[in-house]
Design a protein. Structure first.
Length: 137
C-alpha cells in the first residue's frame, strides 16, 4: 500500500507530501520520496538535484545482476547521494550544457565510487543484521 501523506501546511495548503510504502506482511514502512508543493505550475517545482537520476541509473545498473531485496536499491541510492555534493538544477540540460568534458568525467567517477561504497555499506549492514538475528536464536 502506498500513501501520500501531507506533512506540513501553510495557509491550508500542503507544503510537503511524503510518499510512504507500507508493507503489512513484513511490518515496516518505507519513505519513497518527498515532494514540495509550491503552487500549480510553479517554476520552483522544476528544481532538483542533478545527481539523483544519475545515481539511480548507475545503482540500478550496478546491482542488476544481484538478487537484492526490494529495499536494497533505495538504501544504496540514499547512501550514495549523501556522499555526493548537491548540484541543484532546473533542467538536466542546464547541467549537461555547462559541464566541461573533464568535469563530466570527474562527476561520473565520483558517482561510481559513491555507488560502489554504498553497495558495500548496505550489504555489510544487512549481513550484520542477519548475523545479529542468528545470534538471538
Amino acid at each position: 500500500m502506498v500513501l501520500n501523506w501531507p506533512l506540513a501546511y501553510i495557509y491550508g495548503f500542503p507544503v510537503y507530501t511524503y510518499r510512504i510504502q507500507i508493507n503489512t506482511n513484513k511490518g515496516f514502512a518505507m519513505i519513497l520520496g518527498r515532494r514540495h508543493h509550491y503552487g500549480v505550475g510553479s517554476e520552483l517545482s522544476e528544481i532538483h538535484n542533478y545527481y539523483e537520476r544519475l545515481v539511480i541509473d548507475y545503482a540500478r545498473e550496478a546491482i542488476a545482476a544481484t538478487e537484492a531485496d526490494t529495499g536494497f536499491l533505495p538504501d544504496v541510492v540514499c547512501v550514495a547521494l549523501n556522499h555526493l555534493p548537491p548540484r541543484y538544477v532546473r533542467h538536466d540540460v542546464d547541467a549537461s550544457f555547462y559541464l566541461s568534458p573533464e568535469e563530466r568525467i570527474e562527476m561520473e567517477e565520483r558517482i561510481g565510487k559513491a555507488v560502489k561504497d554504498a553497495i558495500e555499506y548496505v550489504q555489510s549492514s544487512i549481513e550484520r543484521r542477519s548475523s545479529d538475528d542468528d545470534a538471538d536464536i
